[in-house]
Design a protein around this ligand. Structure first.
Ligand code: PMV
Length: 308
């Protein structure tokens, strides 16, 4: 009946500080995707099959606060449509779960668009992003909204809470190698821990957040000016600030160090941290040696992506 897909994402700069109103930069990662196909089912009701997370259930049998149930309900109500019956929603995703690559947001966006297609309704990107944001709250507690935004628009975004989303363009393409620690980590927990630290010493943490905000603004200028080499030291600085906020980990630090030793221009963790993925900025040369060095240092997987 209908089909939709959405890419993964990485945060280039600004994670965690973005929750406190600072800007952040994120880009889509099209090498990994969530795909949703909706077809007819002989059985009444809505049936959901998501083999990657071993889910096979009717909507009725799911907890009403389950992210997929919430997404379906909110999509129908945004379209002012009754819940359809006799359909099967198949969800497949190559985006690793709980690793900072936007898996939850991509699955939501693909479900919303496929369901809108099945119901013959039209939703603006803004509406799609808003519905996905409601589901992100279940995954993350207090999400900034950056994941649903970058995944919905599938373009590089400059995001600040409460401000209009800005799409940015790279003046010169650059290459990022993504290294996966293979450790899934809860963004809800790392965001919660930063909140406790902030509550304990607001002025110190707000100074760190502001320093990250200023890195983000400089990074955007360099990207738009087509001089990405300067992003390397900014990545290193951003990583050090995230370490100070306790959201890095031994494994992330090891991969960041390995990328730098192998000649990356800079490297940092990306996303919620404590596990998940890190990113390294690679020069014009072949990115493969950096990817090899990451795998030698224990990366479970690497992805080479180009920002243009
Ligand atoms: O979904 P992740 O792991 O990429 O993390 C999102 C980034 C945070 O800034 C840590 C949280 C948020 O909601 O922006």
């Amino acid at each position: 009946m209908s089909q939709a897909s959405a890419p993964g994402k990485i945060i280039l700069f600004g994670e965690h500080a973005v929750v406190y109103g600072q800007p952040a930069l994120a880009v889509p990662v099209t090498q990994v995707r969530a795909n949703v196909e909706i077809g007819a089912s002989a059985r009444p009701g809505i049936w959901i099959e998501a083999p990657d997370v071993h889910l096979r259930s009717s909507l009725e049998a799911l907890d009403p606060s389950h992210p997929i149930a919430t997404t379906i309900r909110n999509t129908c109500s945004a379209l002012e449509a009754d819940q359809p019956s006799g359909i099967e929603i198949q969800i497949r995703s190559s985006i690793p779960v709980a690793s900072g690559l936007g898996s939850g947001a991509a699955v939501s966006v693909a479900i919303i668009r496929a369901l809108a297609g099945t119901l013959g309704g039209a939703l603006t990107d803004e509406q799609v992003s808003a519905i996905a944001y409601e589901t992100e709250k279940l995954h993350h507690g207090t999400p900034s909204g950056i994941d649903n935004s970058v995944v919905t628009y599938a373009r590089p975004v400059y995001f600040a809470r409460g401000e209009d989303l800005e799409i940015f363009h790279a003046g010169w393409p650059f290459t990022i190698v993504i290294g996966d620690t293979g450790i899934s980590a809860s963004t809800r927990e790392s965001v919660g821990d930063v909140r406790k630290l902030w509550e304990g010493d607001r002025s110190h943490y707000e100074t760190l957040f502001a320093a990250i905000g200023s890195i983000v603004r400089t990074a955007r200028q360099l990207i738009e000016a087509g001089t990405p080499r300067g992003l390397g030291p900014l990545m290193d600085e951003n990583h050090a600030l995230l370490q100070e906020m306790t959201v890095s980990s031994t494994e992330l630090d090891r991969l960041v160090g390995a990328a730098r030793s192998a000649g990356a221009w800079g490297a940092k963790m990306s996303g919620g941290g404590r596990g998940g993925n890190m990113i390294a900025l690679v020069g014009e040369d072949d990115p493969e040696p950096i990817a090899d060095a990451l795998r030698d240092a224990g990366a479970a997987n690497t992805i080479i992506t180009r920002v243009s």
